[in-house]
Design a protein around this ligand. Structure first.
Ligand code: C2E
Ligand code: MG
Ligand code: MG
Length: 537
């Protein structure tokens, strides 16, 4: 029986939970999506109460934080992880680095790095077997303290990860000031929509991480599409339900036995030797264009409708690809590679950048020709800014990204969606999603169109029984189905007459369960029975 503990129950039971070992560490493996191998894992706290059942961090961590108890919990987790690593080592089993979460409250009033060290040395596990995750919110109380704790962790040899990157408001600032080894990019904010602004943000963050030589792990990856998309952008490490849910210790040991592991490639800290501060300063942009930490960049002038490229950097050529050489670029007329509609897009963007005096972006398809590789068509995203002007002449700087792969990926996803839609049309399928806790039903587009259903139906299935969509003689059976779903039945199906016309439909339900085996949703479908075999027999 699962029941969420109240705040008071959490507080009253915490010490007992700690000493009676109701607190457990679960492990969620991280995987290299290119090879399928486990590269590490994150330790996640669970509270399995004998009376109340499984409690999740989202409910109890904030309560522990407010009451100054999270520190004990975090040290408990670290010690459990040490024991785990020691057991793996002693048994000659695979050992991968495990990340522990450091609460922002661990920063205040404790020497957390020294405490970790003391525990680690007690078990004699090498420091490279651990990583420490901090969140952007740690910096709320001032960056200086976070910096000094990070330096100390680094001095002992721990790698530091920035957790939930992208969920905060000051991500870029935090990154500029903190020398993190690994960024964990929270994919939850995308909610499956990689075609929109989210996709653009992600690709830009990955690009930025590459400039900083920082490893990225995408977390919350639930679908293959998303993992493939991330891989296409150069981010191959993923953590998410696609591969594994957080696992109890014994299942994690089994996963490690079954799947080969490989080391995470960490990168150099170039940022230390370069002046990172300038990179973020737009005023010095011009002087920075040709140094190493911008991507492909080019300076060109624009006068009376003509463009002339003045300078470009090496990365410009790598971005555009094709082994272009100086003559290919400087001697050719840049307009030649754009057809009329793409030329208009680009020229309009230049005009916008002149007006706005700030960065403007566009995407254009170009036909590129090089002596060595012949012809190709690529898609380029340009970030354009005016950097000088005199009379009719304008000087621009543009950063470019070759997004051809990304574009093809979007197009193939789009094609698939269109195909799926057609398939649904042809197969006469009506589909819907039923959420057990809220009794809400969300119909597919087709249900809304053909049956006039609203986007959300409350207190399901009563309204569709009342409307006669589900017929009175089947009403109790259909109600009973929803009780069975709430009680954890895995699937249901039957042939039922729908609407006043009593058209026979094959109605099916498949239930979805959470990681604890609790039913959360059910997916329903109704297919027109063309040749009703049940009547023949
Ligand atoms: P987090 O550190 O960002 O951990 C990742 C969370 O995402 C975990 O939630 C994990 O179960 C969940 N997750 C993993 N893959 C997927 C996916 O594909 N889709 C979705 N929707 N979620 C996924 P969990 O275990 O409930 O933990 C929630 C948060 O509680 C953690 O977020 C972390 O901030 C905190 N937490 C957990 N354990 C500890 C701990 O030992 N100490 C501290 N201070 N905080 C902890
Ligand atoms: Mg974490
Ligand atoms: Mg996270």
């Amino acid at each position: 029986m699962e029941k969420r503990m109240s705040r008071d129950e959490l507080l009253n039971n915490f010490q007992a939970a700690l000493s009676n070992r109701y607190l457990k560490v679960f492990y969620q493996p991280q995987v290299n999506h290119a090879t399928g191998k486990i590269i590490g894992a994150e330790a996640l706290l669970r509270w399995i109460d004998p009376e109340f059942g499984m409690q999740l961090p989202i409910d109890f961590v904030p309560v522990l934080e407010e009451n100054n108890l999270i520190h004990d919990a975090d040290l408990f987790v670290f010690e459990e992880v040490c024991k785990f690593q020691k057991n793996q080592m002693d048994a000659g089993l695979t050992v991968v680095p495990i990340s522990v979460n450091m609460s922002r409250y661990d920063f205040y009033g404790y020497d957390y790095p020294a405490e970790l060290e003391e525990i680690r040395l007690k078990y004699g596990v090498p420091v490279k077997m651990f990583q420490v995750e901090i969140t952007e919110s740690s910096a709320i109380g001032g960056i200086q303290l976070v910096k000094s704790v990070m330096d100390k962790l680094h001095s002992y040899g721990y790698l530091v990860e920035m957790d939930d990157f992208g969920s905060g408001y000051s991500s870029l600032n935090v990154l500029k000031d903190l020398n993190v080894d690994i960024i964990k990019l929270d994919m939850n904010f995308l909610r499956g929509n990689i075609g929109g602004r989210g996709g653009v943000i992600i690709s830009t963050v990955i690009q930025m991480a590459k400039w900083l030589d920082t490893t990225i792990i995408a977390e919350g990856v639930e679908t293959l599409e998303l993992a493939d998309f991330m891989k296409s952008l150069g981010c191959i490490y993923v953590q998410g339900y696609l591969y594994f849910r957080p696992l109890p210790e014994d299942e994690f040991v089994e996963a490690l036995k079954k799947l080969y592991h490989e080391p995470l490639k960490t990168s150099l800290h170039l940022i230390d030797t370069l002046d990172a501060g300038k990179f973020w300063d737009p005023i010095s942009m011009e002087t920075l264009i040709f140094n190493n930490y911008v991507g492909g960049a080019v300076i060109f002038s624009y006068e009376d409708g003509e463009i002339e490229i003045n300078r470009y950097n090496d990365k410009y050529i790598t971005e555009i690809g094709m082994n272009l050489d100086e003559t290919d670029i400087l001697k050719s007329n840049p307009w030649d590679c754009l057809d009329e509609s793409n030329k208009k897009i680009y020229e309009d963007t230049l005009k916008k950048a002149i007006e706005s005096r700030s960065e403007e972006t566009c995407e254009t398809w170009r036909n590129i020709s090089s002596k060595c590789c012949g012809d190709d068509t690529i898609c380029v995203r340009s970030f354009i800014r005016l950097i000088g002007y005199a009379d009719n002449q304008y000087l621009f700087y543009a950063m470019v990204q070759n997004i051809t792969k990304e574009k093809h990926h979007f197009n193939s996803i789009y094609d698939n969606e269109v195909k799926l839609e057609h398939a649904f049309e042809h197969a006469n399928i009506y589909a819907w999603e039923y959420t057990i806790a809220t009794k809400q039903m969300r119909p597919c587009f087709r249900c809304m169109r053909d049956l006039g259903l609203p986007p959300v139906i409350e207190d399901y299935p009563e309204p569709v029984i009342a409307s006669g969509l589900f017929q009175p003689d089947y009403a109790d059976m259909y109600r009973d189905w929803h009780d069975q779903i709430a009680n954890g039945v895995e699937s249901l199906d039957a042939i039922m007459p729908l609407t006043a016309g009593r058209v026979p439909f094959h109605v099916r339900y498949t239930t979805e369960f959470d990681e604890n085996g609790k039913p959360i949703k059910a997916y329903g479908s109704a297919t027109l029975v063309v040749n009703d075999k049940s009547e023949e027999s």
